[in-house]
Design a protein around this ligand. Structure first.
Ligand code: PNS
Length: 169
């Protein structure tokens, strides 16, 4: 059948960008919630040549792929350069970001306004689950490096990789 009635509506896409070094339960909560709102969620791992992480970008992607496997509509990719260019290349009109506290807001607002000014992409802020409002990858790494228990803050696979990586140091 031809004509407009036979045409599939375009997929609604969003991106969840970040460093994900490594992915935490806070990130996963936002990704899971975005996956319920959009047809396809692109998780975009930023490649930052000037900052060496605990995990390589490939390792971060692999961890993310495994812990998001249960959400059938999540795609994990890396990007370098501007996030708006990643969005343009994939026809993504929306960025989904978690807001942990008002202290996140100033910088996030600046980025949202810049990105909108650059290409018209919208940013949607999702309030972080209060359970994770203090959580960041940096804190997880610091606490884990000193032997603190982070098992409630990251998925079991990430905990395993984190423990292994820190033991090699
Ligand atoms: O997990 P992070 O490190 O807080 O994520 C920051 C990220 C990747 C979302 C942000 O730095 C970003 O979008 N970088 C891509 C470069 C870019 O587009 N810069 C202009 C932002 S207005």
């Amino acid at each position: 059948m031809n004509g407009p009635e036979s045409e599939e509506p375009p997929l609604r896409r969003a991106v969840c960008p970040g460093s994900f070094d490594p992915v935490t339960n806070g990130h996963l909560d936002i990704i899971a919630r975005a996956s319920r709102l959009y047809d396809v969620v692109h998780v975009a791992v930023m490649v930052n040549q000037s900052k060496k992480g605990l995990f390589t970008v490939e390792e971060r992607i692999e961890l993310l792929r495994q812990v998001t496997a249960e959400y059938g509509n999540v795609r994990v990719e890396s990007f370098h350069g501007l996030l708006v260019d990643f969005c343009k290349q994939r026809d993504i009109p929306a960025i989904v970001k978690g807001l942990r506290a008002v202290s996140d807001f100033d910088y996030e607002l600046q980025m949202a306004q810049m990105n909108n000014g650059l290409s018209g992409v919208e940013t949607l802020f999702v309030p972080t689950n209060p359970t994770y409002s203090f959580l960041s990858s940096s804190l997880v790494k610091e606490v884990a490096a000193w032997g603190g228990d982070v098992s409630h803050l990251v998925p079991p696979l990430v905990l395993e990789s984190l423990t292994e990586r820190l033991a090699q140091r």
